[in-house]
Design a protein around this ligand. Sequence first.
Ligand SMILES: [Fe+2]
Ligand SMILES: [Fe+2]
Length: 190
Amino acid sequence: MKTVSFVDMVDGTREDYELIFAEVAAHKARHLPDQLMDTLRSMIGPTFGYRIDRYRHSLQSATRALRNGEPDEMVVAALFHDIADPIAPENHSAVAAGILKPYVDERTHWIIRYHGLFQGYYYFHHLGGDRDARDLVREHRWFDDCAAFCAEYDQNCFDPDYDDMALEEFEPLVREVFGRDTRYPMVDLA
Ligand SMILES: [Fe+2]
Ligand SMILES: [Fe+2]
C-alpha cells in the first residue's frame, strides 16, 4: 500500500494528506455502517433487569419510529439512540448524538443529545431526583419534539411482546444515512 512520506505530521505534503483522506473516506464507506450495527449487536444479552435487552430496545425504538412514518434519519437515530451505552454509559446521549451529528439535521441531533435528560421524566423522582429536570431547556424550540421522542420511541420500548423488526430490515436506511456527505466543514467548534 502506498504510504505517506512523513513520520511527523509537520513534515506532510498536500499529496500525503490527500492520500490519507481518500483512504479514510473509502474505509468509512466500506465499514462505518457495519461497525455501528456490530456495536448494536454487542448489546445482545445483558438486560440489567429490564424485560428485554438493549438490542431489542433499540430495534423496538426504530420499529415504532418507522411505523409512525418518521423520516429515514429519525428511524436511524432511534435505532442508534443508545448506541453509546457500552462505551459511555454516563453520557451516552451526548456520544450517540455526536456519532449521528454529521449525517442528520440539527433537530434530530438535538433530540438524541437530550433524550437522556427527557427520559428522566419517567424515573428521576424514583431515585431522589427531579423528574422535571428537562425544564432546564423548557423554552427550547425542540422541547416538545424531544418529549414526544421519549414518550413514543423510548420509555415505551421495553415490551417483550412487541413485534420488533429485524436489524437487517433497517440496514438500507443505515447505509443511506451514514453514506451522506458530512454536514460540517473541517472545523466544527460546536
Ligand atoms: Fe438512552
Ligand atoms: Fe433508550
